[in-house]
Design a protein around this ligand. Sequence first.
Ligand SMILES: Cc1cc2nc3c(=O)[nH]c(=O)nc-3n(C[C@H](O)[C@H](O)[C@H](O)COP(=O)(O)OP(=O)(O)OC[C@H]3O[C@@H](n4cnc5c(N)ncnc54)[C@H](O)[C@@H]3O)c2cc1C
Length: 371
Amino acid sequence: MNLSFWELETYFRNIDFTIIGSGIVGLSTAYHLRKKHPNAKIIIIEKGMLPEGASTKNAGFACFGTLSEILWYLESNSEEEVYKLVERRIKGLQKLRSLIPDEKMDYQQLGGYEIFRENDRELMHKSFNELERINSWLKTIFKRNVFQKSHKNFGFNETIGMIETEFEGHIHTGKMMKNFIKLVVSNNISILNNVEVININDSENEVEIELKNGFQFNSKKVFLCTNAFTKKLYDLDVIPARAQVLVTKPIENLPFKGCFHMDEGFYYFRNTGNRILFGGGRNMDLEGETTTDFATTTLIQNQLETYLREIILPGQKFEIEHRWSGIMGMGSKRNPIVKKLSENVYCGVRLTGTGIAIGSIVGEELADLVD
Ligand SMILES: Cc1cc2nc3c(=O)[nH]c(=O)nc-3n(C[C@H](O)[C@H](O)[C@H](O)COP(=O)(O)OP(=O)(O)OC[C@H]3O[C@@H](n4cnc5c(N)ncnc54)[C@H](O)[C@@H]3O)c2cc1C
């Protein structure tokens, strides 16, 4: 690799902050570093042609947890911890909406629904019994009752009950990311695509960064925003978790709008215009889906289609337009890792399935770790 004097001078000399990964966390970290350091030289290095992990692949739910998820958290965490988790997601969504105006990412608060089927009868009764208590406990965050029993009928099959919340919304993931990138670039931050970092070495004065194409450069500080791919650079408790999705062709008279969670959150669907976006099914093959390979499998895609046919759109015709997968970062705990790893290296990773809610706030917290 023989870069010119101009290229070296402009992009690779005297770098203050290098962010690895241009997902929602990397973009937010860069943006918040700029706010605190107006004259710093900041670059983002991204291995994909586009961000290539979860941020441009997700389902676009702007959610904070279903009632049964909150009850499940309460089984193994203190009330204070769970309260903070919900509060953080709500604050994170507010932060995202303050950075990217609603109309630029098609934010629509059409409500969210948790669907209970025969297998969930016990869970449903438990959730109904706890509904009032959880509503009054979370009132300081939402100001009104957050959950209520739903009496709506969308024609779903095998459904014995639903809980709804008016506070859940959804976004157009592509528009959100496109506008976030625009915001970052307009703040004089360079994003270099199609370059993979293969090694970082903190020499205490600065960090040496080695790229897959053989080029090496130095940066004063480095931020790992590499989520599912972190282990390739640093040994942290982050495990890749592939998630598969499909989207239908437009459906005439689609009988519902909003976000829906089913089978304890293992399946999720929403409308996007008059199409259905449907994802989930990782629980059918947890071992096979513990991978950083982008692919769809017949096993899981067939299950998604079966649920569409038998539960969500019984008796209605639909066609699948497109299928894809993205890779989430999971681990033994559900909270993100935001910390200093060595003198000049920091990380904000393990965003699980909640990056839309907390991604922008994690970036802000990460930027705040540096003086
Ligand atoms: C199918 C699917 C559906 C989801 N649905 C939702 C949802 O509805 N709501 C919600 O809140 N969350 C959802 N999520 C989760 C959400 O998308 C993630 O939590 C969030 O995007 C994580 O953001 P991130 O910036 O941490 O990671 P990523 O978006 O994965 O970004 C990490 C970036 O780092 C880059 N990178 C990694 N290693 C290197 C390297 N060595 N060199 C250069 N670049 C590197 C990657 O290419 C990638 O672009 C979903 C995820 C998936 C996959």
